[in-house]
Design a protein around this ligand. Structure first.
Ligand code: COA
Ligand code: AMP
Length: 634
């Protein structure tokens, strides 16, 4: 069957399609049916089945006689370490960790926050939670204490599992003080914290609260897998929305298992036993789905890479890992290859490695620019597949179904809708626009298995953010179009979310931080183009009347404030003081117009603007930052 047959089979009978895919999963109790309609456009999948994620990701491979297969390869150029963990070892390690968590009271439904770098123990912590039916929430290491505190207060974890430190090129990220800072700020206090001490830094434990990762596992009974209902949350992953309060995306257990397992062959084209590598971080959805869960569920070996595309030690690192570990499918964000290309424009380092085992390269997380795709195709000789998805869905909405049938690549398009997704391009009036016309990208409900059924603690926000605008559809927050061949083109976000080095960030969240500066009366943050990271945040600050402090000083403080409160990952370094912000007559800040001014794009002065002269003031203010003129690519 080709792609169109498979898509048509799904369309003809979605429930049957997904029940067939569900046969690849080990159930404690099979679900009586696939789709459960809760009314009011809310749905669950496989809700009355009983299943355990850890069993499916780990134990069943041991039971099937594959215990000696490597489950995790840890390759850490920043610590000059490599490690191989078999499914058998992984099962024992995870069962013991789960036993220790259980002995300290963690049970099904309890939340556990995980704050760890790219080490195998991060995956083990996730799987140990899954084993108990506890709901983990991993927080990316590049977030500062305040962001961690916000997540702790929302998830209200019984326990926190953290490492003593992370390692960024040239510096150690001291996790323990960041964790302590977060717990000082948070109203919720966990019962205990587990600290994994790394060789690079041994943190001082807080008596009465912290336990040592190794010590607390000593002599405990290993835990068995606890079957949970199909709609039981597997995890919560916070992602950026319009405001500073992150959205807690809930991942339902059974649909997650079924859908992720399906993607490994049909999209990433790997067979069980082969090596799959996603170079991302466990703190992001790519890390959840494609470093931890999907490869393990499907019986693949997953690579956990603690390093960067460049500088650890050079721009050949990716190729070295692919050759050394026999990677068959490789997935990362375009920004990572832009970094490689910048250092090795002729692709000389590619030639130093044998990439014959690699079948294809997959890109997602941000728009894949044609230059990067073409450079990759030329230097590696491999197919390069863009695919589009979001934290909310957990896997591909539109991609190239390579394992079914590779479709012709149109550079700039992530290809076509995957089975499960009925993608429509809607105009403001909610009607479909003709092919080739730009509109809001929406997915007809119900969304397929594994996608978010709600937001943690925020069912109303879920409805408002995704369901209300186009009744009967899920609003993706992206704008784009479909062409006459059904290929999708993703053009821009329709909200205040920006994408910096493949990291999803909220400009609204940054504005909230800037507005807290005592000298700032009003502010705006926009995303401006950047050759390496795709976008960068840029802040505009209007100061309180009478403030006569040097502007550079205030800008410096604002930059430090965002780093301190959101974290280094915000990459907030560009800001300018302006007298006023461009607004409509009704007072709405014209952020999209400001972004065009900054990027040097053609600007049509909006008819509703209060005073067109402000745009020139904005342009003048950001010229010293290298923006606002005709852009010259680096
Ligand atoms: N813990 C602590 N700090 C972190 C961090 C982590 N896990 N990850 C990043 N940071 C810090 C960086 O050290 C940097 O700090 P600095 O301002 O002191 O230099 C800052 O956050 C910004 O990071 P980033 O935007 O990633 O820039 P970079 O210059 O360190 O690296 C790339 C640029 C392109 C090499 C890098 O972004 C990359 O490898 N991206 C791959 C894409 C990816 O993983 N996307 C995830 C979704 S698929
Ligand atoms: P995240 O939830 O962090 O995965 O970010 C999801 C957002 O990243 C999407 O809504 C898009 O705006 C953007 N994105 C992800 N993949 C792509 C892609 N292949 N092309 C264009 N934009 C993408």
């Amino acid at each position: 069957m080709g792609y169109s047959d498979v898509y048509a089979a799904w369309q003809a009978d979605p429930e049957r399609f997904w029940l067939e895919q569900a046969e690849a999963i080990d159930w404690d109790e099979a679900p009586s049916k696939a789709l459960f309609d809760r009314g009011d456009h809310l749905y669950d999948w496989f809700a009355d089945g009983k299943v355990n994620t850890c069993w499916n990701a780990v134990d069943r491979h041991v039971e099937a006689g594959r215990g000696e297969q490597t489950a995790i390869i840890w390759d850490s150029p920043v610590t000059h370490t490599k490690r191989w963990i078999t499914f058998f070892e992984l099962r024992n390690r995870v069962a013991t960790l789960a036993g220790a968590l259980r002995a300290k009271g963690v049970q099904k439904g309890d939340r556990v926050v995980i704050y760890m770098p790219m080490i195998p123990e991060a995956l083990e912590a996730m799987l140990a939670c899954a084993r108990l039916g506890a709901i983990h929430s991993v927080v990316f290491g590049g977030f500062a204490s305040h962001e961690l505190a916000v997540r702790i207060d929302d998830a209200k974890p019984k326990a926190i599992i953290a490492a003593s430190c992370g390692i960024e090129p040239g510096r150690i990220v001291h996790y323990k003080p960041l964790l302590d800072g977060a717990l000082d700020q948070a109203s919720h206090k966990p019962d205990f914290c587990v600290i994994f001490q790394r060789e690079q830094e041994v943190a001082e434990l807080t008596p009465g609260r912290d336990v040592n990762w190794h010590g607390f596992q000593f002599g405990v009974e290993p835990a068995e897998c606890v079957p949970v209902e199909g709609d039981h949350p597997a995890y919560i992953l916070y992602t950026s929305g319009t405001t500073g309060a992150p959205k807690g995306v809930v991942r339902p257990t059974a649909g997650h298992l079924v859908a992720l397992n399906w993607t490994m062959k049909n999209i990433y084209n790997v067979e069980p036993g082969e090596v799959f590598w996603a170079a991302s971080d466990v703190g992001w959805v790519v890390g959840h789905s494609y470093i931890c869960y999907a490869p393990l569920i499907h019986g693949n070996t997953t690579v956990v890479f603690e390093g960067k595309p460049v500088g650890t030690p050079d721009a050949g690192t990716f190729w070295r890992v692919i050759e050394e570990h026999g990677v068959r499918s490789f997935f990362t964000a375009p920004t990572a290859f832009r970094a490689v290309k910048r250092q090795d424009p002729a692709g000389e380092m590619v030639k130093d490695y044998d990439l014959s085992g690699l079948r294809a390269i997959y890109l997602a997380g941000e728009r894949a620019d044609p230059d990067t795709i073409e450079w990759l195709q030329k230097t590696t000789g491999k197919p390069v597949y863009d695919h589009w998805w979001q934290t909310e869905t957990g896997y591909t909405i539109a991609g190239n179904p390579v394992g079914i049938e590779p479709l012709p690549v149109k550079i700039g398009s992530p290809t076509v809708a995957m089975p499960g997704y009925d993608i429509r391009i809607l105009g403001e009036d909610g009607h479909e626009v003709p092919d080739g016309e730009l509109g809001a990208i929406a997915v007809k409900l119900p969304l397929p298995p594994g996608t978010l059924p709600t937001l943690w603690n925020a069912p109303e926000r879920f409805r408002k953010s995704y369901l209300d605008h186009f009744p009967g559809y899920y609003e993706t927050g992206d704008a784009g179009m479909k062409d006459e061949d059904g290929y999708l083109w993703i053009m821009a976000r329709t909200d205040d979310v920006i994408n910096v080095a493949g990291h999803r960030l909220s400009t609204g969240g940054m504005e909230e931080v800037l507005a807290g500066h005592p000298d700032v009366a009003e502010c705006a943050v926009i995303g401006v183009k950047d050759d390496l990271k795709g976008q960068l945040p840029m802040g505009f600050l209007c100061l309180n009347a009478g403030c006569d402090r040097p502007h550079e000083e205030i800008v410096r403080e604002c930059v430090a404030r965002v780093r301190d409160q959101i974290g280094p990952v915000a990459a907030f370094k560009l800001a300018a003081v302006v007298d006023r912000l461009p607004k409509t007559r009704s007072g709405k800040i014209l952020r999209a117009t400001m972004a065009k001014v900054a990027d040097g794009d053609e600007v049509r002065t909006p008819a509703t603007i209060d005073d067109p002269a402000i745009l020139d003031e904005i342009r003048d203010a950001i010229r010293p930052l290298g923006y606002g003129g005709t852009r010259v690519s680096a």
